[in-house]
Design a binder for this molecule. Structure first.
Ligand SMILES: [Zn+2]
Length: 233
């Protein structure tokens, strides 16, 4: 996939206010902890709740790479899109910009959902615009015994990975799941979102082995340094 990387102008940041990490795109390890496609997409910026979020969708290739990793695209379809993007770099940059704008809108809509607040109208408008684009590609299929929703195949549609994302967002927001969206409680501003399926909505961390483990170590450290703990020893 790196063959076509030159076409997109290197590690160009297209998102305002987000820091671009020096980490090489190809080495990115995507973590899918959201439990829903739309939440995983919202988590494509690190430290999202901090003052300095880190952008992870820096190139169109990043977007395709994430889509393959999350199961939206198979590798062959991803490579086909990269070929198409190499032929139309300006259009690919446009899709990347739309993707980041959508991602930021989704993030803010779901953060509002976590706080049981009404989302900002501008963010909802952006989601609805992308939803209208995506739904035009939706169709019914039937294999004689089973009807299903499917996407109209188009190897040249550079934004095809966004269609399932916006449909996932619409499904979560219009179902009981919207009340189960949670946000990592990490005090550094991880901010990642997830579907909390625990009893009594007790999940606090994006991942126990990540922010959860750090909080656990910190808690033990503080406990060990407290005067009451020392008296017991
Ligand atoms: Zn976290």
């Amino acid at each position: 996939m790196l063959t076509f990387y030159w076409a997109f102008g290197g590690y160009t940041s297209i998102s305002e206010g987000l820091e671009v990490s020096a980490e090489k795109s190809a080495n990115r390890e995507w973590k899918l902890v959201g439990g829903e496609l739309c939440l995983d997409f919202a988590n494509t910026a690190d430290w999202h709740a901090s003052d300095s979020p880190h952008e992870q969708l820096r190139t169109y290739e990043d977007l395709v790479d994430w889509a393959i990793h999350s199961g939206i695209l198979d590798k062959a379809s991803g490579e086909q899109l990269l070929l198409e993007a190499a032929r139309h770099p300006s259009a690919a940059r446009g899709v990347l910009k739309r993707a980041v704008t959508l991602r930021e809108s989704l993030y803010r809509i779901f953060v509002a959902a976590v706080a049981a607040q009404t989302p900002d109208a501008a963010n909802l408008n952006i989601l609805n615009e992308e939803l209208a684009r995506a739904l035009r590609r939706l169709r019914l299929t039937c294999d004689c015994s089973r009807w299903a929703w499917d996407w109209k195949e188009d190897d040249r549609a550079l934004d095809s990975m966004l269609w399932p994302v916006v449909r996932s967002a619409a499904d979560v927001l219009t179902s009981h799941k919207h009340a189960k969206v949670g946000q990592c409680a990490d005090d550094r501003g991880c901010g990642w979102l997830f579907l909390d399926l625990s009893k009594n909505r007790s999940r606090r961390w994006c991942a126990m082995e990540d922010c959860g483990n750090r909080a656990k170590v910190l808690r033990h450290y503080r406990l060990a340094r407290s005067p009451s703990f020392k008296r017991k020893v």
